[in-house]
Design a protein around this ligand. Structure first.
Ligand code: GLA
Length: 438
């Protein structure tokens, strides 16, 4: 069996044990024509993870957990790098994410343990010293959410113990950090009955606040919002200016969403992400010299932008703004295409999105570009683009079911030849947002 096939199997085995990925993909059918078989499926592994988590909680904390919660990762179909420019984004939650077991304590102590980072041991602190930062430790994403709750005056009446485990591919840009943050928020709500579960924006905003102000990553709202509010078999069109959103059924006909992972580690903090935000802010400030009431870059139509873009003094912020304005138009057009069941138009807009992210926003990389280009050359791939923050991570592809095996095999062979290591592929199905499981 060729090495690249083995590697695909290795990754897929995480989510759906199988002997031969080729067999899985080639026999990939919709039984009864409605329930898409999902390779990245929570249902199969969920109970395993929950029992492992429960056992780990007992071993590390010495007693049984009180609640178990889950929060998913996300994949963004289109609308990239515009959540912080007042634009629309179109993500869906995945069926994979982070699980957490937790229980209240009678004192003020907080103890965190991740089954994914056993060498880090148990992170311990007190509610009263939560402002202390924790360097590079994974626990800063979790502690940041506790900090945000306290900052917002949401009462956490005692300490608690927390053990988590994720099943997202690590460092793939599928929002494992946001899923951990939203998970901790869901756990806090469940343990302390705090906050307003009827408000879909509350938890995402608290999680974003944790990431912006505690972790130091100036992310937008998309990942946390999708993790908190995803819906099975739907994508979510979110207006990031108002936080109004609507669900769109993902009628994929004979196609599937395939995520292709570059396996190039992606690290947002300390990357050029914060620079991109600053460049967009510079463009907005320049535009406001001629359009004083402009609320955000994405409030401009492409025609308005063409008329006023010379107000942006430097070329770099002007190109960043060009991406934001065109991506907003593409996202709305893509939503419209989906409503009209036109997956081909949707795919073309995805391709254009990649080109804009590559050339104007400059957040792609050779690995992502090659995966997208190979996809564009494959019959049966309707659209392909980088997804998420960029600089590594994954592409998202709309692939006809009968082209799945050819697509993954040919793409991986060419990818390995160029970079000397393999990509991984996941067929995904949109899942539900964060929830209390038990
Ligand atoms: C990261 C950020 C999001 C968003 C995307 C790019 O995932 O966390 O807020 O900006 O990048 O669309």
């Amino acid at each position: 069996m060729p090495a690249y096939i083995t590697s695909i199997i290795a990754v897929l085995a995480m989510v759906q044990p199988c002997d031969k990925v080729k067999t899985v993909l080639r026999s990939y059918k919709d039984p009864a024509g409605k329930e898409p078989i999902c390779v990245m499926s929570k249902q199969k592994n969920c109970s395993d993870i929950v029992s492992q988590l429960s056992r780990s909680f007992r071993e590390t904390m010495g007693y049984a957990e009180g609640v178990i919660c889950f929060a998913p990762g996300r994949v963004n179909l289109i609308g990239e790098h515009i959540d912080y420019n007042g634009g629309h984004v179109f993500p869906c939650a995945l069926t994979l994410g982070t699980y957490g077991a937790a229980a209240r304590r009678s004192d003020d102590r907080i103890r965190f343990y991740s089954m994914d980072f056993p060498d880090d041991g148990i992170l311990e602190t007190d509610l009263s010293s939560i402002h202390t930062r924790t360097g590079k430790h994974w626990g800063k994403y979790a502690l940041g959410v506790v900090w945000a709750f306290l900052e917002k005056g949401l009462s956490i009446s005692s300490g608690f113990d927390f053990v988590c485990k994720g099943d997202l591919p690590p460092k793939a840009g599928l929002s494992s950090s946001a899923s951990l943050e939203v998970l901790v928020g869901t756990v806090l709500r469940a343990l302390f009955s705090v906050g307003d579960p009827a408000d879909p924006a509350e938890l995402p905003l608290l999680a974003q606040m944790a990431e912006n102000q505690y972790v130091g990553m100036n992310c937008g709202i998309m990942d946390q919002f999708a993790s908190a509010n995803g819906k099975k078999d739907h994508a979510l069109l979110l207006d990031c200016a108002s936080l109004d959103f609507r669900y769109a059924p993902l009628d994929l006909q004979d196609c599937r969403i395939v995520i292709a992972n570059t396996n190039k580690p992606h690290e947002l903090v300390g990357s050029a992400y914060n620079d991109r935000r600053a460049e967009c802010e510079e463009a907005l400030a320049d535009l406001r010299t001629v359009l004083p009431d402009l609320p955000a870059l994405c409030a401009l139509t492409p025609a308005d932008f063409a008329a006023h873009k010379e107000a942006i003094r430097r070329d770099l912020p002007r190109r960043r703004a060009a991406h934001a304005v065109s991506e907003e138009a593409r996202t709305l057009a893509a939503f419209d295409a989906l409503q009209h069941h036109d997956l081909y138009a949707f795919g073309r807009l995805m391709n254009e999105s990649h080109i804009s992210l590559r050339d104007d926003f400059e957040v792609s990389c050779p690995e992502l570009d090659l995966l997208a280009e190979l996809a564009w050359q494959t019959d049966g791939v309707l659209g392909a683009r980088m997804t998420g923050g960029g600089f590594g991570g994954c592409t998202v592809n709309i692939v006809r079911q009968d082209a799945l095996a050819t697509f993954t095999e040919k793409t991986n062979a060419a990818y390995r030849t160029r970079f000397g290591y393999e990509a991984s592929f996941y067929v995904v199905r949109p899942g539900d947002g964060a929830a209390l499981i038990s």
